[in-house]
Each structure stands twice: as C-alpha cells, then as structure tokens.
Design a protein around this ligand. Structure first.
Ligand SMILES: Cc1cc2nc3c(=O)[nH]c(=O)nc-3n(C[C@H](O)[C@H](O)[C@H](O)COP(=O)(O)OP(=O)(O)OC[C@H]3O[C@@H](n4cnc5c(N)ncnc54)[C@H](O)[C@@H]3O)c2cc1C
Length: 536
C-alpha cells in the first residue's frame, strides 16, 4: 500500500486548499513546500507595494461560509502582509499544519506502473509513495533573472522582487536601478522613489496601468456585503473572470464617442482593471475597439505626467490594452513628476552590461548603489518543469511539453496517470480571479478521486484525443481575441527559447466550470479509468 493517498507539491492558495479538501474526503495527504512558510506567492513576494489587484472580497476562499463571515479585510485591495496573515489563519483554523512539510523541495516524481503509485523524491533524499500527485506549484512561482553580462561584478546588492528579504531593504540615500515595468515593477517603483536618493527605471516596454482607488473597507459596507456573500460567490463562479462585473453589454464601436468617454471616465474614477476592460463587449476582440480604450488611457498618462517626452515614453503603442496583464496603481505615473525619478528607454538604447559601479546601456553609464529586478516568471509551466516528472514508461514531462505545455482542461495530461495540476496549461488560471479558479480546480480533483474510489478504479489518465481537442479549443478561442498579439508572459515571450504558445483558456470561468461539471457527470469523459473493477 502506498504511504499516502496524495502528495501535494506546494503550499500556496492551491496547496493549502488541496490539503484541506482531500483530507476532508478522508484521504491521507502531505504537502511539500520549498519555502519556510505557507502562502506561496504571498510568502515570497514581500516587496514594498506588493498588493493583489483583485478585490479582497473576491480574492479569498469561499468553501467555508463561517471563514468568509469571520474574516475581515481591511482594504479594498489587500496588501501582501494581510493576504499572508489570512492564509496563516486558514491553516490554523482548519488544522492544516501537521500535513504540510516546509523547507522541502520535490525534486522528482516517478510513476510506478506495477504498483499504480507515484514515488516522490524530496531534496532531503526521502522518497514517499502516493496514489495521487497534485501539482500546486503555482503559475507564477519560477522567477526569472535576466542574464546580464557583468551582474556578478556589481558592487552593490541586487534583489529579485519574488525573493524579497523578509526583513525588508532600506533604500534611504541610495541610487537604485529598477528593471521591469510590469505589474510588480509598477507596484514597487513609487515605494522606492519615496525613500531613495534617486530611482532610475529602465523600461523596455511601457505598460497600461489603471488606478486602484484603494480604500479601507468600511464596517457598514462589509456588513451589507457579507449578508449576500453566498449569492455573490455563485455569481462569481458563473462569471467570465471569476469576479462579477457589470458591463454595458454593448460594443464600444456602436456607442456615441461622448458616451464612451463618459463610461471610461466613470470607470477610471472608480478604479480597478476588470470593470474597465469589461465595460464593452468588443474591447478584447476587435483592434479598432481596443484602439479606443488605448487612446483614452494614453490621454490619461499625458494628463498625469508633466514632462511630455517622459509621458510619451510611458504611452504603450505596441500591443492591445489587456493583452498584457493590465497593471493597477494609484501613483505610478505621478511618480515620474518627482525630481528623483528618471526613465531610461531601453528600446532606443538597449541594456549593455553591469559593472561594479552601475549599469551601461548602448549610449550611457548609470551609477547605481542597488539593483532591483521585477522581471517576472517562467509562467504556467516553469515551476513544474523544474521537477523531474516521469510518467508511464519513464517518459519525461519536460519532453512531452517541449513544444509547449498542454493539458486536458488544464488539469491532467496523457501518460501521467493520477497526476492532477491545479491551474495548469489550458485552464483559465492567470486570466481569472485565481483564488476562485484554484478552489474550482481543487474541488473537481477531489471529486474525481472520490469517484475513482467509489467505483473501484485505481487510475485516471487523460486521453490524448481529449487533450488534443481541448487544446485546439483553447487555441481557437485565444485566436479569436487580441491576446496572442502581445509579446507577453502569457505566451512565453519573456523566456528566451520558450515555445510561443498561448495556453490560458479565455473562454470564461463560468463556461469552463460548466465543461468540467459535464465531464464529471459523464463519468470523467476524456479520461481512461482503470483498476480492479474497471471491467464492470
Ligand atoms: C506579485 C504577484 C501578484 C499577484 N496578484 C494576483 C492578483 O491580483 N489576482 C490573482 O488572481 N492572482 C494574482 N497573482 C497570481 C498568484 O500567483 C495566484 O493568485 C495564487 O496565489 C497562486 O497560488 P498557487 O498556490 O497556485 O501558487 P503559488 O502561490 O505560487 O504557490 C506555489 C508554491 O509551490 C512551491 N513550490 C514550487 N515548486 C516546488 C517544489 N518543487 N517543491 C516544493 N514546493 C514547490 C512554491 O515555493 C510556492 O510556495 C499574483 C502573483 C504575483 C507573483
């Protein structure tokens, strides 16, 4: 008999809930977490300004109405420390700690055909066997430092935002260089600018950012909202992004221009990215429609940033709004009005090298005391690719995914029986409210395992035909939108040599959930089920 029913890799939102859900089904579970604490994203990304850009009422677990009622968020958009406290509270409240082993990295997982179990090896040399392997390694957890010639010569400290020191970093009186202007770069930049002697932002591609309009969650608002939380959660599950959004329901191109300006201005004042992109039906599918919202946003940037040359450099012109993650910040653009902030355009003068005293571009040298990389992640498949996963006949997952990661419903892949992936390639994952998608995935996985046990099956394996059909659908839906037009991390463009494949399902969280339910109701259609009683 296997040592465990399930091994879970990772203890972020996904791993924590997988431990709880599987244990509640009576399974023997252990999660291995490489970090020294739980929380995943919110354990590692402790940089100043780290904040969720989905509202706290949405970015939280819904599985326990009691938890939902007793926890109070302090702000509309929760900051990293508060989310980490929340996840700690969840682990305390549901007694999850005994089944989570910290400071332990899974290095290998191999399917033993004869025993129908996984042998999981950890970096302390231990091997544990389990009937099921659940990957909860995170879509944005394998961080990426660009290979910059001379970085090892740099005399000052350098940091990656995804491995920020827990004790913090004091930039007072320092000249700091920041590389990376995506969601994280945009969050950290104003925080550094507020204390550093000088901040130099090295920008390759400007990004669109909408205001958060972050504010405290007033007790009366909270009470009123919580009285209908159950109904709200249901609406969220049926929604497109995992957050109920009210749009106009009309295409922007059919709307009178003054009405369009009024609608966008209202949403800009209210803050938040999802309501902004969800305002009209055609913004993410029609370039001409997207041009309207892009122009509105560029006008706002030029209004905020005083120096016209800097404002122009900050105006994105090479990709549709929303095709790269839409950033959110209340103070990023205004930061460029500070005398201690300068912007260097790497398109016109590319990065050349680092030396002891600073950073050189093709045309200039910038003296720096510290360097910050906000250069993101090998998204979706990166963390799983770092594990030597071997399926049936010893086939390596890395090899199977050499042309790009793929999975049936984002949950399972042929040749890897009894292995489930939370928010894998082919799921709505990073283009949804991930807390909700994670819950939906974990519940589906727990349901599938329950079905196998109830019906006497030992194994479930996605069929190649089901995976092919699903990924063809994922691709077809993606290419009916503007998403593939951008050189984004969604498509792997930030990782040198990574195949350019768009693997996130943009057909909507609601329709995706329905499809998963149909598959389950049909006895796990698209999976080959096998075991002692399979013949019956
Ligand atoms: C800065 C930042 C901001 C974000 N903001 C939002 C947001 O606003 N809204 C949203 O929906 N999502 C956001 N995300 C995405 C976020 O990653 C998810 O919302 C969610 O936290 C993912 O949870 P997870 O458990 O799937 O993965 P993670 O939180 O990444 O946890 C995975 C864990 O697995 C561990 N692990 C990986 N490999 C191994 C191994 N081999 N052995 C053992 N342990 C391993 C890692 O150490 C990590 O702790 C953000 C991500 C980042 C980085």
């Amino acid at each position: 008999m296997a040592d465990l029913d399930a091994v879970v890799i990772g203890a972020g939102f996904a791993g924590i809930y997988a431990v709880h859900a599987l244990r509640s089904s009576g399974l023997r579970v252990r999660a291995f977490e490489a970090g020294g604490g739980i929380g995943g994203t919110w354990f590692w990304n402790r940089y100043p300004g780290a904040r969720c850009d989905v509202e706290s009422k949405d970015y939280s677990f819904s599985f326990s109405p009691e938890l939902e009622q007793e926890w109070s968020w302090s702000e509309r958009y929760p900051a990293q420390p508060e989310i980490l406290r929340y996840l700690g509270h969840v682990a305390d409240r549901f007694g999850l700690w005994p089944d989570i082993q910290l400071n332990t990295r899974v290095t290998r997982a191999a399917w033993r055909e004869d025993a129908a179990e996984w042998a999981v090896t950890t970096d302390d040399g231990a091997v544990v066997s389990a009937r099921f392997l659940i990957s909860a390694v995170g879509c944005l957890s394998a961080y990426q430092v660009p290979s910059l010639p001379g970085l090892d010569q740099f005399a000052g400290p350098w940091y990656h935002t995804a491995r920020w020191p827990a004790e913090g970093v004091d930039f007072t009186a320092k000249r700091v260089g920041l590389i990376g202007t995506g969601s994280t770069g945009i969050q950290i930049a104003p925080e550094i600018a507020a204390v550093a002697e000088q901040l130099t932002v090295f920008q390759r591609t400007p990004n669109f950012a909408v205001p958060n309009r972050n504010r405290p969650w007033e007790p009366e608002d909270e009470r009123a909202f919580k009285s209908r939380y159950r109904q709200y959660r249901k609406e969220a599950r049926e929604s497109f992004l995992g957050v109920p959004i009210t749009g106009t329901g009309r295409p922007v191109l059919d709307e009178p221009p003054e009405e369009v300006q009024r609608t966008f201005a209202e949403r800009w004042r209210a803050g938040g990215g999802m309501p902004f992109l969800g305002a009209y039906t055609d913004l993410l599918t029609d370039q001409a429609a997207n041009d309207v919202i892009a122009e509105f946003m560029r006008d706002r940037i030029k209004e905020i940033v005083h120096d016209p040359a800097t404002a122009e450099l900050l105006c994105p012109r090479t990709f549709p709004v929303g095709s790269k993650r839409l950033c959110q910040s209340d103070d990023y653009y205004a930061m460029y009005n500070r005398p201690n902030v300068r912007l260097v355009d790497l398109r016109s003068t590319p990065l050349h090298s680092v030396s002891a005293g600073g950073l050189s571009t093709a045309t200039a040298f910038y003296e720096l005391d510290a360097l910050v990389f906000a250069t993101g992640f090998d998204a979706i498949s990166g963390a799983l690719a770092q594990i030597d996963v071997r399926g049936a006949s010893g086939v390596a997952l890395a090899g199977r995914w050499a042309a790009g990661p793929r999975a049936y419903l984002g949950l399972a892949t042929p040749g890897f029986p009894n292995m489930f992936i939370v928010t894998g390639p082919g799921s709505p994952s990073v283009l949804s409210n991930m807390a909700l998608s994670i819950e939906q995935h974990v519940e589906w996985i727990a349901g599938c395992i329950g079905y196998l046990d109830a019906h006497g099956y030992a194994t479930a394996e996605a069929t190649a035909a089901a995976e092919d059909a699903w990924m063809a659908h994922v691709t077809e839906v993606a290419y009916s939108t503007l998403f593939p037009k951008a050189d984004s991390w969604y498509i792997g463009a930030n990782i040198p040599g990574k195949p350019r494949v768009f693997t996130t399902y943009v057909g909507g969280v609601g329709p995706y959930g329905e499809k998963c339910d149909q598959v389950a109701a049909a006895g796990y259609e698209g999976f080959a089920l096998d075991g002692p009683l399979a013949a019956k």
